[in-house]
Design a protein around this ligand. Structure first.
Ligand SMILES: Nc1ncnc2c1ncn2[C@@H]1O[C@H](COP(=O)(O)OP(=O)(O)OP(=O)(O)O)[C@@H](O)[C@H]1O
Ligand SMILES: [Mg+2]
Length: 249
């Protein structure tokens, strides 16, 4: 679903990402963790070309973004939603208008837009707050609005940069549930950057550990449902033998 092939990014003399290759599978929730300054946000922003790599190739949804520009790139980017730590809502627009923003750019008919905005707000449980302004909402509600906005264009991928880092632990748990629902019910592939180990461990299928702009290791934390089913027989064998050799005869 997402393929980075030997991607590098420099800021002036500083090498933020170094020849990094990574594949993220369709349907997974993939975590990115690492120390502050390791390059997590830069790596995420390379996935939708918010940062243009100096070298290497970025492929999303079978389209090589690094070979695209202009209208084609804008079109391809519609399949990639993004949310941020500080929500990035427009303060003088209502909840409804914040979600409608991305649809207005597509010039779809008003009635269709309205249906989609309300669908997205209902999905995150905020339809009743559609006429409020961001300042009237809690942090968790603001992040849900940001999620609804990201969903409006029916993305196949959702990139999340520290989505729960401004939220308390109860609100964090609720928000992670929303992200899991999006993954499971809408089939959206999710990439989540966080420095909070608990967040990463609770929802990710695989986690990439970054160190100084390089991929240190990718770890499988929670195999996806399908893989679990495929491995069901082996799971029983593992439980029975607890690592001992089993007599196959
Ligand atoms: N636009 C920029 N201009 C110059 N340097 C930058 C820029 N963006 C990032 N950097 C540098 O690149 C390195 C990686 O930054 P990045 O924001 O990706 O790290 P991070 O892992 O997300 O850190 P944090 O956990 O603090 O968010 C840092 O040293 C940062 O100072
Ligand atoms: Mg960051």
């Amino acid at each position: 679903m997402i393929k980075l092939n030997r991607v590098s990014k420099r800021f002036a003399q500083f090498q933020a990402i170094k020849e990094l290759s990574l594949e993220i599978n369709s349907g997974e929730i993939h975590g990115i963790i690492g120390a502050s300054g390791a390059g997590k946000s830069t790596l995420l922003r390379l996935m939708n070309l918010l940062e243009i790599p100096d070298e290497g190739e970025v492929e999303v949804n079978a389209q090589i973004l690094t070979k695209m520009s202009g209208k084609k790139l804008r079109e391809a980017r519609k399949s990639i939603g993004m949310i941020f730590q500080h929500f990035n809502l427009i303060s003088n627009k209502t909840v409804y208008d914040n979600v409608a923003v991305s649809l207005e750019l597509t010039r779809s008919p008003k009635e269709e837009q309205k249906k989609r905005v309300l669908e997205c707000l209902s999905f995150v449980g905020l339809a009743e707050l559609k006429d409020k302004y961001p300042a009237q909402l809690s942090g968790g509600q603001k992040q849900r609005v940001a999620i609804a906005r990201a969903l409006a264009n029916k993305p196949q991928v959702l990139l999340c940069d520290e989505p729960t880092s401004s939220l308390d632990s109860n609100t964090t748990a609720d928000l992670l549930k929303v992200l899991e629902d999006i993954n499971q019910h809408l089939g959206v592939t999710i990439v989540i950057v966080s420095h909070e180990m608990e967040v990463i461990k609770s929802i990710c299928n695989r986690v990439t550990v970054l160190e100084n702009g390089s991929l240190y290791q990718t770890v499988t934390t929670k195999p996806k449902g399908v893989q679990m089913k495929e491995n069901r027989a082996q799971y029983f064998v593992d439980q029975l033998t607890e690592g001992e050799e089993i007599d196959n005869a």
